[in-house]
Design a protein around this ligand. Structure first.
Ligand code: ATP
Ligand code: MG
Ligand code: MG
Length: 557
């Protein structure tokens, strides 16, 4: 549809230009480099779609590379979930799965080479001293007193660092670049640090670990990456990326290209913050359907097709902006509209008795599964004397434009008959409406000859004796503010959490066919929205449905 136009993608233009110029032997090779320290979120999905998408578009390759140089924060649980999520999105790295830790030996050898070439030195300053020596944007830095160490001394010290002779934080290896550079990243950045930590893959083999800025360009080069795509924060690290490649000469010359990270309204997108929500119990886990994680979105009922479409439509830009979450919802709706079968589910049941319908009679009525797609066929729905409709579809004293049911008025029951409300039964103590007595008009069966009579409202319903119970969970934005980081003095993003982001309805009644639904499958509940059968809680708790999105499209076109 043309509702949301495809945005520009300057990276695609750049790749096309490189191919025209015959750069990199006419090849495109990208990578997606997650750090396995949390679950992927929809921001990562944008990067996945971009990197794997470029490879698909230009007959190139895309690697999955775990950026595992931070042993204390990483775990195999995350490695596994990341692989599941990339596959779920519909991309495949085939045999091209790598870990930065695969290259620890090569990276170490490159570091020795830099030391021998006089381009790196062992520095004994503390982290705090290094920071103060670094200077500021307006003040040049101060050279470390260890900067003049001879290559032989540096080599010996570096080898002893590796051998485990020194405690954490006592020494680092630094690049010897320029303490007066206007770019702070070039003021002798740290390349290696000591950390006697166990690594989830290499165990205790290493007690020194390479820094991101050192490891990343070299891993890219070793894998033959042509376009190393990352987010804008790394723009002023690019001179360092290029310096490392130039100094080490690993063979290939990958180029870093930056784009603006995705920010979505009403949610947070940093793994650190998402972890806080999980660990402090604000949500039920990384896969809570309110989370912007791919596992949360999947449980919620979002499809990979909708995410890929969304990612395409928002485009790739250089300047940071906030995308309205309603736009993601729009893409989800558009995808599910075409594929989700329509069913009837009553979330807050109100009993209706048809006084003129025979007690033991059951009729099976034909109901189309998706008016948007006749190929999806139809099903048979049971109709009987006792039904449920939605409590909200009845008002005893309706305002003028209320076209649903009220005393004396008529409505059509979808796929069935026109009914008229005759009597209202209330709880004597509370005055709450308990039950309606109605009559049906046998001449008005949907699809039959006399069905032409028109009434203003059409309601969904289920047959009381046939419907199955279900729990339905309705979700709203996780945060009240568009930008959750917009807080008062001394407050943090959690003060903006929406206290009503989850509503559980536990006495719903759904049409009987849903008892056979496959967990994870998608439905449109007529008049209510798109729902997904929860793959985790369904079973032990009966049927549990998550509302993916309501029907109404609030995205401003
Ligand atoms: P976070 O701050 O959430 O931890 P990160 O960038 O540290 O994110 P990584 O695991 O290093 O997380 O990210 C893997 C890749 O995904 C990187 O190339 C990164 O640039 C990209 N990425 C992460 N967040 C976003 C985002 N919001 N929009 C686009 N790309 C992103
Ligand atoms: Mg990162
Ligand atoms: Mg991070």
């Amino acid at each position: 549809s043309g509702a949301v136009p495809d945005a520009a993608n300057f990276i695609e233009d750049r790749v096309r230009e490189d191919l025209t110029l015959g750069k990199n032997g006419g090849k495109v090779h990208t990578r997606f480099p997650p750090e396995p320290n949390g679950y992927l979120h929809i921001g990562h999905a944008k990067s996945i779609c971009l990197n794997f998408g470029l490879a698909e578009k230009f007959q190139g390759l895309c690697n999955l590379r775990f950026d595992d140089t931070n042993p204390t924060k990483e775990d195999v649980e995350y490695v596994d979930s990341i692989q599941d999520d990339v596959h779920w999105l519909g991309f495949d790295w085939q045999k091209r799965k790598f870990y930065a830790s695969d290259y620890f030996t090569r990276l170490y050898e490159f570091a020795e080479q830099l030391i021998r070439d006089g381009k790196a030195y062992v520095c004994d300053l503390s982290a705090q001293e290094i920071k103060t020596h670094r200077g500021t944007l307006t003040e040049p830095g101060t050279e470390s007193p260890y900067r003049g160490r001879a290559p032989e001394e540096n080599l010996e010290l570096f080898r002893r660092m590796r051998a485990g002779e020194f405690p954490d934080g006592s020494r680092v290896l630094r690049a010897k670049i320029d303490m007066a550079s206007p770019n702070l990243n070039l003021r002798d950045p740290v390349l290696y640090r000591i950390s006697h930590a166990e690594h989830h893959r290499t165990g205790k083999s290493w007690c020194i670990y390479p820094m991101y800025d050192y490891a990343h360009p070299l891993c890219d080069a070793l894998e033959g990456i042509t376009h190393s795509i990352c987010t804008m924060e790394f723009e002023d690290h690019r001179p360092l990326y290029d310096w490392i490649i130039e100094a080490v000469k690993p063979g290939a010359r990958p180029e870093q290209i930056e784009f603006a990270r995705l920010n979505l309204s009403h949610t947070v997108m940093s793994k650190r913050k998402l972890r806080q929500l999980v660990e402090e119990g604000y949500v039920e886990g990384w896969d809570d359907p309110r989370m912007p994680t791919l596992s949360g979105l999947r449980r919620r009922g979002c499809t990979p097709e909708a995410i890929r479409d969304f990612s395409e439509r928002i485009g790739v830009a250089k300047s940071n902006s906030m995308v309205d979450i309603a736009m993601l919802e729009h893409c989800i709706r558009e995808d599910l509209n075409a594929r989700a079968p329509r069913v009837m589910a009553v979330l807050k049941p109100l009993k209706v008795v048809l006084d003129n319908y025979p007690e033991d009679k059951v009729e099976w009525l034909e109901a189309e599964n998706n008016p948007e797609n006749p190929d999806m066929g139809s099903r048979q729905l049971p109709f009987s004397r006792v039904l449920y409709i939605e409590q909200d579809d009845f008002l005893e004293n309706p305002p003028k434009k209320f076209f649903r049911l009220s005393p004396g008025r008529e409505v059509r029951l979808k796929h069935a008959y026109i009914i008229r409300c005759l009597d209202v039964i209330k709880d004597e103590a509370t005055g709450e409406v308990k039950e309606l007595h109605c009559t049906y008009d046998p001449e008005t069966k949907s699809g039959a000859a006399g069905s032409g009579r028109k009434v203003k409202g059409t309601l969904h319903w289920v047959s009381a004796g046939h419907a199955v119970p279900a729990e339905v969970r309705l979700y709203d934005h996780l945060f009240l503010k568009e930008n959750p980081d917009d807080t008062g003095e001394g407050e943090d993003f959690k003060t903006n959490l929406n206290p009503n982001s989850l509503e559980r309805l536990s006495s719903c009644r759904v049409e009987p066919g849903l008892a056979q639904a496959r967990p994870g499958s998608h439905f449109q509940f007529l008049r209510q929205g798109y729902f997904c059968l929860d793959a985790k809680d369904t079973g032990s708790r009966g049927l549990v449905f998550n509302r993916t999105v309501p029907l109404r499209d609030t995205w401003a076109k």
